[in-house]
Design a protein around this ligand. Structure first.
Ligand code: MSK
Length: 569
């Protein structure tokens, strides 16, 4: 799914290069040139448009490539690349690996669990280091590489007197245009003529993340809130492209006045309005969608917007993380590596993934993040793990809950201890950060040497499993919450854990109890620190230099009573 999303981004970039995508342009030329370098596209004495066209075409060719290796694999540490080659899991072409996996899982083909799991790793690597990384890069080229921006979370971002348009799904292309067109004077006048005081665009799920991190467009919520938000009676249009759209969304919308508008040629919902997006007519389609939402405004009945809203600082791309550690000319990961080496920061964790209705919404995400930062572990979040944002955890104030060493570093660099890195496709940014930490020096030579973990406490999507698998294949200890889809086989459970650890240095485990996830994460981080011969982590060591205030858990009781925002406390 993420790779197919990446393909769409490549096609849009090609259309921009050909001058056939009105409303779109190259916004980050520096990134375009950097990506051209990775892909071997010449840049000397060439126009932006020429480079964009070739970058788009080279990116697209990665999907259909039959032989060799994906070009982005060389962005991984040398040692990691050698491991992939030795295991014969270096992906050749994105589509080829997916097709081969579909073949191998056909009745009567690959019947050796260990062997088929190697292909699972190869597919996932094609997704992470291929389709997802290309998607992230091209989104940055077209819409700008994120830098920190002020945003806001939760249902309180809806406006009672305005036309509310919720953008839900994954692709940022149409979403970007809707944000721009919502300021069109004619459309604003039209909204007024229907009794509305304006047009309010808010995000949901990963399209929301894309808009939030680039423009500070408020984020109404994550996956499990997507149907609930319509019950406010204040959502005129729920605009969805693909992925993570609830199957009952249209049925739920029929209880209210909300129009569900599907926009992708790949995804329709029975009963929903379909207004298909086409790069070549972007602004026109965006306007039509906004008009449809405005026309729905007079149908409102009872409106109740829950009064929950949390501010957040978001938009920490890997480029910005490097920049903030040395500025434009000396960007590096040195200060971060040094802080890990001297024990101010114990290690790092990527908390990512979905919400799952089998567990209390956001509870594991929030408690895990709180406990990790209390223990001086720097946290990065993506996708629906922005749960923390709704609980005030993406603000500098959350420093109050961070351990003293972590707090000192964050205050010195000027970052919160929980960094928002984007949508679920942007987990590729985490791969880049890990590679940069591994090659910076002082923390070994490979991703598997780093005191770092990947966690998806409330996963539900196949995409999350792919992410977990590419992290493990890249050398990361990855822990998923919820149930294991391979629990029925002790042998497969062992293979993806100890078995993969022997092969790649990373492993994938399932642990339903968030407390145990924290315990395992800290134990792993400490074991890696020991293997690197770093000083043993001492929580008291920096307690003198930063006043320490321990974090308290969000109890289940607090959640149930609705006391779940820092501001309401
Ligand atoms: S939207 S894949 S529920 S993170 Fe990217 Fe969220 Fe998971 Fe979908």
């Amino acid at each position: 799914s993420h790779s197919d999303h990446g393909r769409n981004m490549a096609l849009t970039l090609i259309a921009v290069g050909e001058g056939k995508a009105p409303g779109f342009q190259v916004k980050d030329e520096k990134k375009l040139r950097r990506v051209a370098g990775y892909l071997g596209v010449p840049t000397d004495k060439r126009t932006t448009q020429e480079i964009a066209l070739d970058v788009g075409k080279t990116a697209l060719a990665e999907f259909g490539k039959q032989e060799g290796e994906l070009l982005y694999l060389k962005r991984a540490p040398q040692k990691r690349q050698e491991i992939w080659r030795k295991l014969q899991i270096a992906p050749r072409g994105i589509d080829r690996e997916v097709t081969e996996a579909m073949h191998r899982t056909t009745m009567g083909v690959d019947q050796d669990a260990e062997h088929i799991l190697l292909q699972a790793m190869r597919v996932s690597l094609a997704d992470g280091w291929g389709g997802s990384m290309l998607s992230t890069d091209i989104s940055d080229i077209l819409f700008g590489t994120p830098t920190p921006v002020m945003g806001a979370f939760n249902f309180g971002v809806l406006q009672e007197d305005q036309v509310n348009i919720v953008i839900h799904g994954h692709e940022p292309t149409l979403a970007e245009l809707i944000v721009v067109m919502a300021n069109d004077p004619d459309l604003l006048k039209y909204a007024e003529s229907k009794g509305a005081k304006g047009i309010n665009v808010v995000g949901m799920c990963c399209s929301g993340n894309e808009l939030l991190m680039r423009h500070g467009v408020p984020m109404a919520g994550n996956f499990l809130q997507s149907d609930l938000i319509m019950a406010s009676g204040a959502v005129e249009a729920m605009v969805v492209d693909y992925q993570c759209t609830m199957q009952g969304m249209q049925a739920a919308a029929e209880h209210y006045h909300t129009r569900v508008i599907t926009t992708s040629p790949k995804a329709k919902i029975t009963g929903a309005t379909h207004i298909e997006f086409d790069d070549h007519r972007g602004p026109e389609i965006a306007k039509l969608i906004i008009r449809t939402a405005i026309d729905t405004f007079p149908n409102r009945k009872k409106v109740h917007i829950p009064n929950y809203i949390e501010p957040a600082i978001v938009g920490f791309s890997h480029e910005y993380i490097a920049y903030m550690q040395g500025g434009s000319y000396r960007e590096s990961f040195r200060p971060l590596n040094d802080a890990i080496m001297n024990g101010r920061i114990r290690g790092a964790a990527g908390v990512a993934g979905c919400n799952n209705p089998h567990t209390m919404h956001d509870n594991a995400h929030v408690n895990i993040i709180k406990e990790l930062i209390k223990n001086d572990v720097l946290v990065v979040t993506t996708g629906c793990a922005i749960a923390g944002g709704k609980h005030g955890m993406l603000t500098p104030e959350v420093m109050e809950f961070a351990g003293p060493g972590l707090r000192e570093v964050c205050q010195a660099i000027g970052i919160p201890p929980v960094l928002h890195m984007g949508s679920c496709v942007d987990n590729s940014r985490i791969l880049t950060v890990l590679s940069q930490c591994a090659t910076e020096g002082g923390l070994g030579e490979d991703i598997s040497d780093l005191p770092a973990v990947g966690i998806a406490p409330e996963w539900m999507s196949e995409k999350a499993l792919t992410i977990g698998t590419y992290l493990a294949a890249s050398g990361v200890y990855t822990i998923f919450g919820m149930d294991s889809p391979v629990a029925g086989s002790k042998e497969v459970t062992r293979m993806i854990s100890e078995g993969w650890e022997e092969k790649t240095g990373g492993k994938l485990e399932f642990e339903a109890d968030w407390r145990k996830i924290v315990e395992k994460s800290l134990a792993h981080i400490d074991a890696k620190r020991k293997a690197l011969k770093l000083e043993e982590y001492n929580p008291q060591r920096y307690a003198q230099s930063a006043a320490y205030r321990p974090a308290d858990y969000l109890s289940e009781d607090d959640f149930r009573k609705g006391k779940y925002t820092l501001s309401s406390k």
